[in-house]
Design a protein around this ligand. Structure first.
Ligand code: 5GP
Ligand code: MN
Length: 322
């Protein structure tokens, strides 16, 4: 399964690596980890992320070199690799880089991946795209430096919710151990991601938790954050990182929902479900997608309208599956 992608990496010498909007730890860690592996193999690799790098991940080695728009791409002889992106639309403005007749590879762990590459490596049994890339490096005999290992470890750590989601398995923990052996420092990375909250973020979390709304006999929980709440607490969008896990963390909750009003007036929805409930289909009804137990979508309208529509869809889904 991994051979065509390994051949793609061997065949080309210059790469532009892309990932998805609202880049998370797996998007950034996969893109940077792969870039370091390719550079260590004597190739050139440039990373572009729509909107640039969130401050939370600026500590990752190589993050300071990430470009943000298609115009930043040095495309001379470059092959394009998309990582952790379900479809071209998830690449935002960077999707335009797929339309120029360049060779495209697509590496992802989302089951609903649109297979938009000339070479597609999609493995939905992998906890993270970073895990796939680690295994690719092993198969291909590429060196994995400390910088590469740190980035891939960050991808695995964050996409498994610190090794706690249902996607965490022996393969995950084995790769994590091997990445630590290759130089990734578990405490340093975990502390940079989870141990550096701002006071504004904690105040915002307090306000968000006050919006807690329980439905369906306590099996569905939602919280939300508005632009006004950001202003009142002095928080930024990024300060809401990780809030999506709170509603699902209540005892008895099968589906947790986090709604966030974005700067451009859209509503970003995060769905999290407990074992036995697959929520990606509901995200799909709103034009989004993701994994069975963690998925998302972006819709227009007010936070109240979005919340009512989403709660209704989740209730229908739960009733149709019991
Ligand atoms: P989050 O809620 O943390 O943003 O995302 C959870 C999962 O759902 C991630 O795997 C992410 O890639 C996916 N996801 C989030 N938002 C969207 C979206 O708007 N469209 C699609 N297709 N997937 C999304
Ligand atoms: Mn991922």
């Amino acid at each position: 399964m991994r051979t065509p992608f390994i051949e793609f990496l061997r065949e080309h010498s210059r790469f532009v690596i892309l990932s998805h909007v609202d880049p998370d730890g797996d998007a950034i860690g996969s893109a940077l980890g792969l870039a370091w592996i390719l550079r260590d193999a004597g190739k050139s690799a440039q990373v572009l992320l729509p909107g640039g790098t969130p401050e939370l991940y600026a500590f990752l080695t190589g993050a300071d070199d990430i470009g943000a728009v298609a115009a930043d791409a040095n495309l001379t002889d470059a092959a394009v690799i998309a990582v952790d992106a379900t479809s071209p639309s998830r690449l935002g403005e960077l999707a335009s880089l797929l339309e120029r007749g360049r060779p495209v590879a697509n590496v992802d762990h989302h089951g609903d991946n649109a297979r938009f590459g000339d070479v597609d490596l999609v493995d939905s049994s992998a906890c993270a795209t970073a895990l796939i890339l680690w295994e690719v490096a092993g198969d291909a005999g590429f060196r994995v430096s400390k910088a590469a290992a740190e980035n891939l470890y960050a991808g695995v750590l964050t996409d498994t919710g610190r090794f706690s989601y249902t996607n965490t398995d022996q393969r995950t923990l084995q790769a994590a151990a091997e990445l630590a052996g290759a130089g990734a420092e578990p405490f340093t990375i975990a502390n940079a991601v989870y141990g550096t909250r701002t006071i504004a973020s904690v105040r915002l979390l307090g306000r968000a938790l006050e919006t807690l709304d329980l439905r369906e006999g306590g099996t569905v929980a939602s919280i939300h954050v508005t632009q006004a709440m950001l202003r009142e607490t002095g928080a930024t969008q990024e300060d809401a990182e990780g809030f999506s896990s709170w509603p699902r963390s209540l005892a008895g909750v099968k589906v947790g929902i986090f709604l966030r009003e974005t700067e451009d007036g859209m509503i970003k929805i995060s769905f999290r479900s407990s074992e036995g409930v697959q929520i990606d289909g509901v995200a799909g009804r709103f034009g989004g997608g993701g994994h069975p137990s963690a998925s998302g979508a972006r819709i227009s309208g007010s936070i109240e309208e979005a919340k009512q529509a989403v709660l209704q869809a989740v209730s229908e889904h739960l009733r149709s599956t019991v």
